[in-house]
Design a protein around this ligand. Structure first.
Ligand SMILES: O=c1ccn([C@@H]2O[C@H](COP(=O)(O)OP(=O)(O)O)[C@@H](O)[C@H]2O)c(=O)[nH]1
Ligand SMILES: O=C(O)[C@@H](COP(=O)(O)O)O[C@H]1O[C@H](CO)[C@@H](O)[C@H](O)[C@H]1O
Length: 323
């Protein structure tokens, strides 16, 4: 790593466990904190996550002010389970309907800015297994203790469940095979970020409203690059949250995710004049064995992007109204 990255890694990497929820609550100083859970068909896990956050970080200590589940066109009873656990539910396509509807995780996160009222917003995936509320405490730690920090990523061990057994490591396959090589090649300042695609991260609204949101799975790598360009490395931090287990996608699903990430990187490189414009969509053909043959299956993969929320002309007023 470059010296500046090594310095950042040493000074801006924290153990999530060192942050105390009572102490952080006292440090809010009137700031509101929202947790946002983007959820597509997460009925199996969303209830335990919301319950842990609500009981430990709203009822026992008022660290969180709201828990919002963005139902991202679920076809299971995600919303019912999440509401029963105490979350506020917002349906992705019903938020800012005048801006239209785009499928994808990044869209859910972008639209959450119009629903969440927090000065600080914590994003947590809704497929986490064995969730620990300290995840949110750790992510809030650097933001509530250092005004120079505007954005915090999580990192952790990532076991891999292949459906037969759980290996202690091996998760984060797109991170290791696609995102990390690309970031080290084109954004070496980010070489110290341990989990660049981590789905758990937090930021100040004042930053999140100033950057675009890639609509699909490119949201994390796009956001990391945009945050670096907006607040610089010194405005960023990362926290070790121990271990993160989640539903591991199939290789085929991750290949489609990887192409979204590569298209997002190309779009960022194009913005810097280093690459031709990324195609709006790419036909990705993948193959599956079918008896003596292989069957080709083609999917149109594309990444669209939402502009900074501030440019959409909506914001939270000082009286706490979305105007
Ligand atoms: O269109 C989508 C796709 C995903 N998600 C949510 O985004 C998070 C991460 O998605 P996924 O688990 O598919 O990604 P992975 O963690 O496997 O990379 C999960 O809470 C999903 O429910 C979403 O809200 N909308
Ligand atoms: O880190 C990764 O390689 C992928 C896939 O993780 P696994 O190999 O299924 O553990 O998961 C992340 O990537 C997505 C795209 O950025 C994020 O949206 C997910 O939250 C994150 O889990």
């Amino acid at each position: 790593m470059r010296a500046e990255v090594q310095d950042w890694y040493s000074s801006r990497s924290f153990q999530g466990s060192v942050f105390d929820r009572q102490d952080l609550t006292a440090r809010k100083q009137g700031q509101r904190v929202s947790v946002v859970l983007p959820a597509k068909n997460e009925a199996a896990t969303i209830g335990a996550i919301v319950t842990a956050l609500r009981t430990e970080l709203m009822e026992e200590v008022p660290l969180l002010d709201e828990i919002i589940v963005i139902d991202s066109n679920s076809t299971d009873d995600t919303s019912t389970v999440a509401a029963a656990a105490g979350a506020t539910i917002a349906h992705q396509d019903q938020i800012l309907p005048d801006t239209g509807c785009i499928p994808g995780k990044g869209e859910a996160l972008w639209k959450s800015l119009a629903v969440a009222s927090g000065d600080i917003i914590v994003f947590i995936d809704a497929d986490l297994q064995g969730f620990n509320a300290q995840f949110a405490v750790g992510l809030l730690g650097p933001l509530l203790t250092d005004p120079q920090v505007h954005f915090v990523k999580s990192y952790y061990d990532r076991p891999l469940d292949d459906g037969v057994k759980v290996m202690p490591a091996g998760g984060g396959r797109v991170t290791e095979l696609v995102a990390r090589p690309l970031l080290n090649l084109f954004w070496p300042e980010l070489a110290g970020v341990v989990q660049p695609l981590a789905g758990e991260y937090a930021g100040r609204r004042s930053l999140l409203e100033c950057i675009p949101f890639v609509s699909g799975y490119g949201v994390e790598i796009g956001m990391l690059i945009d945050v670096l360009e907006t607040v610089g490395l010194d405005g960023m931090a990362q926290v070790d949250l121990g271990e993160r287990r989640h539903r591991n996608s199939t290789d085929g699903e991750l290949a489609r995710m990887a192409l979204q990430i590569q298209l997002t990187v190309q779009a960022r490189l194009h913005r810097r004049g280093l690459a031709p414009a990324a195609p709006h969509t790419v036909e990705l053909t993948q193959f599956l064995r079918d008896g003596e043959n292989y069957i080709g299956d083609t999917t149109a993969i594309g990444v669209s992007e939402r502009p900074p929320m501030l440019e959409v002309g909506h914001h939270w007023s000082t009286t706490g109204e979305w105007v």
